[in-house]
Design a protein around this ligand. Structure first.
Ligand code: AMP
Ligand code: MG
Length: 274
C-alpha cells in the first residue's frame, strides 16, 4: 500500500461545514488494494496494534472512546464490531445496541438512554445505532413533528461537545452501501438458514424508503460532523475494505491519544516475592 494511513483517515472524514452528497461517495471503493486477501492481511496488522493500544488505554484510565456505528439495514454494523474488535480484551469494551425505545425511554428525553450508555474512562464504548436514530428513522417515519426533530442537530452537537470536553473521544462511522448491495445481502439472509434470524419483513418496508433515508443521512452527516466528533463515510459494499478502514481509523485515533501505563508505585524495584 502506498497510501499513507493518515491520508486514508482524512479521505473519509466529513469536513465540518461541508455539504454531503452521498451520491458522490462511492460505496464500492477498495483503495489501492488489489485483492481482498491483501486487505484482510492489512487489517490483521492493525488489529495487533489495536490490541496493544487498548491495553494501554484501559490502564491509562484518562479518557473514554465512543464509537458510533450507523448505516442502512445489512450495512454491517454487527460485522464491523465482530471483525474489527476481535482479540481486544472484552473487559475494556462495551457494546450497546439501540432498539425501538421502550415506554420508559420514551417517557424521557431522547438523549437519556444515550447518556446512560456513554463509556466511562478507560473503556471503549461501541454504539450499534445511536441518538442519530432520532433524526433518521424518527424523521423518515414522522414519529415526531419536523419542528421537533429539526432542532435535534444542534442539540446533538451540543451534547457531543459536552462529552468531548469531559474526556470522551468520539468517532462516528456511517457504513455506506449501495441499494444493489443491500438487495444481495437481504437475499442472502433469506437464503442462508444461519442468517435468516436476522431478516425482518420490516427491513423491506424500510428499503422502500431508501431515498428518504439517504436524505436524512446526508443531513445528519452535513450538520453533525464537527472537529470534536467527526463523521466518517466508510465505503462498505466490500466487507473486508469496510473492516480495514474502520480498523485503521480506530487504531490511528487511539495512537494519537498516546495512552501510557500509569507510573507504578515507588520502590517496587527492591521488592522480591518470597
Ligand atoms: P436492529 O438494529 O436490526 O436490531 O433494529 C433496531 C430497530 O430499532 C431499527 O429498526 C431502528 O430503526 C429502531 N430504532 C432504534 N432507535 C430508534 C428510535 N430512537 N426511534 C425509533 N426506532 C428506533
Ligand atoms: Mg435489523
Amino acid at each position: 500500500m502506498s497510501e499513507s494511513s493518515v491520508d486514508l483517515c482524512e479521505r473519509y472524514r466529513v469536513r465540518p461545514g461541508s455539504s454531503v452528497d452521498l451520491a458522490a461517495w462511492d460505496p464500492a471503493e477498495i483503495g489501492e488494494f488489489r485483492s481482498p486477501k491483501q486487505g484482510k492481511k492489512a487489517l490483521k496488522r492493525y488489529r495487533k496494534t489495536l490490541r496493544k493500544l487498548q491495553d494501554r488505554f484501559y490502564a491509562w484510565n484518562e479518557k473514554a472512546l465512543l464509537v458510533v456505528l450507523q448505516g442502512m439495514d445489512t450495512a454491517g454494523k454487527d460485522g464491523t464490531i465482530k471483525h474489527v474488535m476481535r482479540g481486544v480484551n472484552p473487559q475494556g469494551v462495551h457494546v450497546t445496541s439501540f432498539k425501538v425505545p421502550t415506554p420508559e425511554e420514551l417517557a424521557h428525553d431522547y438523549l437519556w438512554r444515550i447518556h446512560k450508555a456513554i463509556p466511562k474512562r478507560g473503556m471503549i464504548g461501541i454504539f450499534n445505532r445511536s441518538h442519530y436514530e432520532d433524526v433518521l428513522v424518527v424523521r423518515v417515519h414522522n414519529l415526531v413533528p419536523p419542528e421537533v426533530w429539526s432542532r435535534r442537530y444542534d442539540q446533538i452537537n451540543a451534547f457531543e461537545k459536552h462529552l468531548s470536553e469531559n474526556n470522551v473521544v468520539i468517532l462516528k462511522f456511517f457504513l455506506h452501501i449501495s441499494k444493489e448491495e443491500q438487495a444481495r445481502r437481504l437475499q442472502a439472509r433469506l437464503d442462508n438458514p444461519e442468517k435468516r434470524w436476522k431478516f425482518s419483513k420490516n427491513d423491506l418496508k424500510e428499503r422502500m424508503l431508501w431515498d428518504a433515508y439517504q436524505d436524512a443521512y446526508a443531513d445528519a452527516l452535513t450538520r453533525c460532523s464537527t472537529s470534536y466528533a467527526p463523521w466518517y463515510i466508510i465505503p462498505s459494499d466490500h466487507k473486508w475494505y469496510r473492516n480495514y478502514v474502520v480498523g485503521q481509523i480506530l487504531t490511528e485515533t487511539l495512537a494519537r491519544l498516546d495512552p501510557h501505563y500509569p507510573e507504578p508505585e515507588a520502590g517496587l524495584d527492591t521488592i522480591t516475592i518470597s
